[in-house]
Design a binder for this molecule. Structure first.
Ligand code: SAH
Length: 235
């Protein structure tokens, strides 16, 4: 069996034995029916992973002993994905995929054509759900760096960094300055409004074509990220 790989926030500061979180205990005890002496891998989402061994697994908790810690270089793409809120299942799918691709940060955005933007309490729940998707994707893809998940923001309230690329059909390919990080904006199913496009272009945002066909937003997120990643020499 493949060694189970689990996200353990902050283990990097622990030595010797650690009590695993309720989530990890549940997964090991109930889903995998793991036993004492089983090897596991833990990672903290900030570049540290370790081999560990289960010392004790009871009904209530799992205790693991950390054996050796490895530090991994930050190999995330220097790109923040500004993805418009789209239908939940598609948004969730995009989060999983861009985490596999090694995105640095994710900024959910609300634009003029975002359908029924969720209210504050629903957003809070969603944020936890999204965070779990990122953790699962890191566990599965051997990514040791958890992307930073930002709070959703209206597009017009976003503080734009120096280099911003807006995926928008019909233009040309955009070449970026690879010495700088970038923010990649992807619109909702209705696209960006003319006002949004004009205002972004006025703010030095580069429009970027992703080819002659119209992609769904979640496809555009993956293609856009890959094309920027290629320019950064990431792939
Ligand atoms: N009806 C919209 C398309 C929206 S597709 C329109 O014509 O603008 C959702 C988002 O995916 C777009 O806002 C854009 O950010 C991105 N996208 C889709 N296809 C693209 C393409 N060929 N080039 C650049 N961006 C694209």
């Amino acid at each position: 069996m493949k060694t189970p790989r689990l996200y353990a926030d902050g283990f990097g500061h622990a030595v010797g034995e650690v009590i695993l979180t309720e989530r990890n205990h549940h997964y090991l005890a109930r889903v995998l029916r793991a036993k004492t002496s089983q090897s596991i891998e833990l990672f903290d989402g900030e570049g540290r992973s370790c081999q560990a061994i289960i010392k004790n697994i009871s009904k209530r908790k799992t205790i693991a002993e950390i054996l050796n810690v490895t530090e991994h270089k930050d190999r995330r793409l220097p790109v923040t994905l500004g993805l418009a809120l789209i239908k939940s299942d598609r948004f969730d799918w995009a989060l999983q995929k861009v985490t596999e691709l090694g995105v640095n940060a994710i900024q959910p955005i609300i634009t003029k054509f975002t359908d029924s933007p969720p209210n504050a309490s629903r957003l809070k729940k969603k944020w936890r759900h999204w965070q779990e998707i990122l953790v699962n994707a890191c566990e599965q893809s051997e990514n040791n760096w958890l992307p930073e998940l930002r709070k959703p923001s209206y597009l017009h309230e976003l503080v734009l960094p120096q280099q911003v690329v807006m995926a928008h059909p019909g233009g040309e390919f955009a070449y970026i300055d690879t010495a700088k990080e970038s923010l990649l904006l992807i619109g909702p199913e209705g696209g960006f409004s003319d006002d949004e496009v004009n205002s972004l272009v006025k703010n030095q945002v580069k429009p970027m074509s992703l080819g002659p066909t119209i992609l769904r937003a979640e496809t555009a997120a993956i293609v856009g990220l890959t094309l920027l990643g290629h320019q950064y020499g990431h792939y």
